[in-house]
Design a protein around this ligand. Structure first.
Ligand code: M6R
Length: 623
């Protein structure tokens, strides 16, 4: 995915756009670029491969005064078509340099469009799909290919969008239109920020939250024109179109580091609040209530099977949910990687509930899984952290995780919030279906509601995890073991370590160890073990103690996450990280936290950028 900012107003556009890009850099950091309309036929463009800092250094070299103007746009890229080099960086221009375009998404039919343009004598200067749009818009605006779009920028963009397949947010400027910017979206995010005498466009409200919290979310296949005094939205045929206005419920401080070296470290600390905010308002008059509930209690009673679909960390939260939903609702629950879901012909019908979990709400794999499920008449409930994103828009019901903006590419607070939200879905199902009595639902909710303070307690004791991290900085590989709800926690711990520390890390169900992975155990290999409670899951606890002694006997170094006061496991732990005792199903909320700290600290010790791991972007809008 990429980050996009557009601005028309009274301030220097370059400053506004660069500030916005700084807040959107988590969306991609392969290159960055800006374009500013400088009046009198002027369009100043600069772009550079690498981080935003490279672009800023280049702007200092060429002199920022060349970018004087109050209409501009910018882009931060996660490369899809063409390597991350200067010539593939956005904005892209037409041959005469009169149109500039930035783009997030993939234009699937770009090769055919490019061939057509090249056949008409157009020369390309990049490998990107985006450049086709710059040429097409320029030709439409100049009336080269006929039609009635000549001299009309919104009509030109609409005509071009009608020819595009795939997903896109496109923002377009033209030198002849210095006071307006036109943008369009399909399956990629775009929001309009409404200021006073100024208007903003962005992939995410974080880009303009400093200036306004009033926003409008664009719908599918809509085109918006912003001027300093307002905005106008149409469909792809120029008919006026409705949009949803909203007020952002967090402020600038939430999108800033607040004294932390990295966003991720701040976001780890924000977990108690993320949990509390996600639970707030969902237990009213003794009943669980969801957010945008477009499913009736009867719909929930009719459900005979649940699929939870998601990717990455969200998938691990889905794995955790399976244990709770099956236990509370006596319903079969299948957990699916969203990227696999629609390719294996899952059995779905109107009595299937598909829960789609996504922080961003724009992950292409999960979105396509949602579309597939709805196409098969299944009901879809989205668990999402981003107000009005595409996945909740296309779902029958929504439950928002109110974790606030998560800027670190590695998910932390949204994982805990997803677990809490998934549990609310489970309790809502149990309540509607009568598989739990109201007092049992209340007890489960109250236990969940006590978790922010348990997580706060864990945060007070992460020093041990930091010390362990320091001793693991040179390890070649780390294994993670867990059972029951500790298994997805082990997978999440391994994922964090892979993505942040670029270290080989594998998570296993501890019971599987003897079926193969035990062959990996060698002298000094660090193995992190997530222990169940000795009281809550005594049988599993005993089996895991045996597993640990087996690996210790083979020379591995054991790092054990265990409940406070678990004396049985102590002799088998080379390092022991204690977490508070909580009910079994809630253990992932406490045992994940030290693993997040471990990964972040190892990455730091190895000198890596904790917020922006290599090759990654915060959400993945390509399949
Ligand atoms: O936005 P989503 O929750 O749909 O993103 C899914 C995954 O890409 C995401 O959880 C990813 O695995 C994490 N950033 C890893 O920390």
């Amino acid at each position: 995915m990429c980050g996009i900012v557009g601005y028309v107003g009274h301030r220097p556009a370059l400053d506004v756009v660069l500030d916005g890009l700084r807040r959107l850099e988590y969306r991609g950091y392969d290159s960055a670029g800006v374009a500013v309309l400088t009046g009198a036929d002027g369009l100043a463009v600069e772009r550079r491969a690498g981080r935003l800092a490279n672009l800023e250094a280049r702007l200092d070299e060429v002199g920022r005064e060349a970018f004087a103007g109050t209409t501009g746009m910018g882009h931060t890229r996660w490369a899809t078509h063409g390597p991350p080099v200067d010539r593939n960086s956005h904005p892209h221009r037409d041959g005469r340099g009169r149109v500039a375009v930035v783009h997030n998404g993939i234009i699937e039919n770009f090769a055919a469009l490019r061939r057509e343009l090249e056949g008409a004598g157009v020369e390309f200067s990049s490998d990107t799909d985006t450049e086709t749009v710059a040429h097409l818009v320029a030709r439409a605006y100049d009336g080269v290919d006929g039609g009635d779009t000549e001299g009309d920028l919104p009509a030109s963009l609409r005509a071009v969008c009608r020819r595009l397949d795939g997903a896109f947010t496109l923002v377009v400027t033209h030198v002849d239109e210095p006071d307006r910017i036109v943008a369009a979206r399909r399956s990629s995010p775009l929001v309009v920020g409404i200021g006073s005498g100024e208007m903003f466009l962005a992939s995410d409200v974080a880009a303009f939250i400093e200036h306004t919290r009033e926003a409008v979310e664009l719908g599918q296949d809509q085109v918006v024109t912003i001027t300093r005094d307002g905005y106008e939205v149409t469909d792809l045929h120029g008919e006026p179109s409705r949009v949803r206005a909203f007020t952002v419920d967090w402020d600038l401080s939430a999108a800033e580091k607040g004294g932390h070296e990295y966003f991720m470290l701040k976001e780890i600390e924000e977990q108690p609040e993320a949990l509390a905010n996600t639970l707030r308002g969902h237990f009213v008059d003794g009943r669980i209530v969801l957010d945008e509930q477009r499913l009736t209690d009867q719909d929930l009673r009719d459900v005979d099977k649940v699929f939870v679909v998601a990717c990455g960390t969200a998938y691990h939260s889905a794995m955790v949910a399976k244990y709770a939903i099956e236990h509370w609702c006596r319903l079969p629950v299948e957990v699916e990687l969203a990227s696999e879901f629609r390719y294996r012909d899952p059995v779905l019908d109107r009595d299937t509930l598909v829960v789609a979990v996504s922080q961003s709400g724009e992950t292409a794999d999960t979105l396509e899984a949602v579309r597939h499920a709805r196409g098969q008449k299944a009901r879809v409930l989205a668990v999402c952290n981003t107000n009005g994103a595409q996945i909740p828009r296309e779902s029958d019901a929504v439950l928002y995780t109110h974790a606030g903006p998560e800027i670190g590419v590695a998910s932390t607070k949204t994982f805990l919030a997803q677990i809490a939200a998934n549990y609310l879905v489970g309790l809502a199902l149990a309540q509607a279906r009568g598989t739990k009595y109201p007092d049992e639902v209340a007890r489960e909710f109250n236990e969940l509601a006590a978790m922010p303070s348990a997580v706060r307690q864990v945060l007070g004791t992460v020093e041990t995890a930091r010390r362990v991290a320091a001793s693991l900085a040179d390890a070649k590989a780390v294994l993670f073991l867990g059972r029951h709800v500790g298994y997805p926690v082990a997978l999440e711990g391994a994922l964090k370590l892979k993505e942040l520390a670029y270290m080989h890390a594998e998570g296993f169900a501890a019971g599987e160890l003897k079926h193969g992975p035990i062959a990996l155990i060698e002298e000094e290999l660090p193995v992190v073990v997530v222990m169940p409670s000795p009281k809550g899951r005594a049988v599993l606890h005993a089996k895991l103690v045996s597993n640990i002694s087996e690996i210790q006997a083979r020379g591995a170094r054991t790092i054990v996450i265990a409940e406070e006061g678990d004396e049985t496991v102590r002799p088998f732990a080379d390092s022991l990280i204690e977490v508070p005792a909580v009910p079994t199903l809630l253990q992932p909320l406490v045992s994940t936290v030290p693993l997040q700290v471990l990964a972040a600290e190892i990455a730091r010790a190895r000198g890596y950028d904790v917020d922006k791991p290599r090759n990654l972007a915060k959400s993945v809008t390509v399949e």
